[in-house]
Design a protein around this ligand. Sequence first.
Ligand SMILES: Cc1ncc(COP(=O)(O)O)c(C=O)c1O
Length: 423
Amino acid sequence: MFQRQNQAPADFDSPLMSERIVPSRDAIRSWFPALSNEFAYLENAGGSQVPGCVANAIRDYMLTDYVQLGAGYAQSQRATQTVADAHAFAEQIVGAGTAGKVVLGNSTTALIQIIAGSYADIWTPGDEVVVAATNHEANAGAWAKLAQMGVVVRIWDVDPDTFQCSLESLRALLNDRTRIVAFPHVSNLLGEVVDVSAITELAHAHGAKVFVDGVAYAPHRTIDVEKWGVDWYVFSWYKVYGPHMAALFGRHEAFAELTGPNHFFIPRESIPYKFELGSISHEGCAGLLSLRDYFAFLAGEPWKGRETVIRAFEGIAELELPLQVRFLQFLRQKSHVRIIGLGAETEQSVGTISFVHADLTPSQIVAEVDQHNIGIRYGNMYAVRLCSSLGIELEEGVVRVSLVHYNTPEEIDRLISVLDKVL
Ligand SMILES: Cc1ncc(COP(=O)(O)O)c(C=O)c1O
């Protein structure tokens, strides 16, 4: 009855597949119905496209198992299993191992608010938080708001020349009242991958925990919360080829300090449920769960859990890097262009590339590009504190081009040929 598209190819067991071979871009794109036309999606940091299997799984779930969880009949048992499996899958994606659990929710913004609100219940005036200026507002405002109850909010400034928040400046902000250091793994404007382990180690040495916004990192590289030692790590599925949902990893010790906001009669040990307010999107769980098929395809092997995730993201990084290098090399030739960020032509940056022009406004540049079936955008991308620190006008912001592994060299060349005339 349901027409399925883009299911896992049948030839997983072919001998070629046992070596690590990154699938062709054509094969990858055939999983994404939205990519079958001429439009170049280069605004992926805003949200990625979904493989057909995600949309199909949501539809199938809604038309078969769309019932409440926890009852005895078959549909309810299947629905319960889907939601449990989605949590287990999310734990494999972040590499939780035995270190902690994953809460699912509507959005990264909502999940951060839930955790900040839970800390507000136990913190006292004079406790401190450090908030990186490079944050998207989601991981800044929720903490800054706690100033109302007497929490001291310290801003971890960005160096306008290096675009980095340095370890030295963090060290100067930490003291024995610091409770949380909130920072992005990758800024959604700057694209640089920061050293999460080093920051975490420094914060822990002062008795503070870290809350890492992994939203701009997660579509591009393997998350490894256990290895990095982070306390909290959050990302949004809709930027990682899935539906509008988010996932938050928390270490057991971090959860243990807090009482989640769910109803009083739900035991505080009931993690993640104590932190999932009301019903999460069960159909979204079905959708994100089907990403196992897509990651297995990328990895060239049947789904094996965490090891498939790692292989899939190795392939993703390999596909993205040449595109990012090509575009950065073009931009560097333009004397009136200033790249906002390190713009590393290595895996130290992801393909999220922002720039401004000496004479043209970001809106003028994007208006030209809009006419050529290419999607990019301009603005502050809700990184308002970062834009203010860098002296970037908030309304116009920057021009941002953001690519992922399904983009093609041809798309980048099309964008370059349009921008070449404009810039
Ligand atoms: C770096 C970063 N953090 C947080 C968010 C907010 O995510 P959500 O829409 O899931 O709340 C975004 C959204 O663009 C983002 O880019």
